[in-house]
Design a protein around this ligand. Sequence first.
Ligand code: URA
Ligand code: SF4
Length: 268
Amino acid sequence: MPVSPRQARYLDALGVMRYARRVADGIVPDASVAAPTVAVLAETSQPFTAPAASTQALAATPVASHPAVSTLPPADPALAWPRLIAQIAACTACGLSRTRTNTVPGVGDPRADWLIVGEAPGADEDATGEPFVGRAGKLLDAMLRAVGLSRQRGVYITNIVKCRPPDNRDPAPDEAGACAGYLERQIALIHPKLILAVGKVAAHNLLGTEEPMNRLRGKVWQWRGTDLPVVVTYHPAYLLRSPLEKRKSWDDLCLAQDVYRQRSGQPA
Ligand code: URA
Ligand code: SF4
């Protein structure tokens, strides 16, 4: 199956080896492809087709006792944003406050159309106060660049919890619950057109479900019964461990881009 030029650029940016044809004595690299870097793939990818009528609402599971976005006081972003960041910086609402170095509220444009939500800060993020700055972050940057986005342009990047869990463990439900109100306020202030949930922990917490990733990817979900669409993709740290899945993340980004274009009235 030939890949489109855009998909080819994406796979190259993610270090995925592409092949053009098979010959009797083996697999021959596509001559147009730069030297292979990371993964060796023999399978071909499926072209992306947007699932028709795939929008589904999950039974919303309320997270802890935080106010719904609609009950929050009207936000004046100019005032509310610095206040929110300051509140996060001073927060001791869960045990992660005892072991963090820095809070990691998020980075990017507070008026972004795309909100990227990861899991939790890691060591690099804890040290710098910025999300996704380690190896996984570099891969996330490459994924975003492929669809014309960057942390400087059109995107805000944050996490389910704003403080690093010790030893990079998953955030516990009570920690995610304690932190959920900050993400809700970020969503209310940013008013994104789309949320891209990266990884299982982000998807589970955003959607209030424990469905496996293969049931969550490839569909358009709604955030807590609102019309804000949520698209789920793999976590870049998982893609670093399982490079064969990198191709599938292209399908997820195409789906996200389709949803975004639809919502902003742009042609596909
Ligand atoms: N992984 C995440 O989920 N978030 C970060 O900020 C860094 C790594
Ligand atoms: Fe507060 Fe969230 Fe940090 Fe917990 S993880 S201390 S709730 S900012």
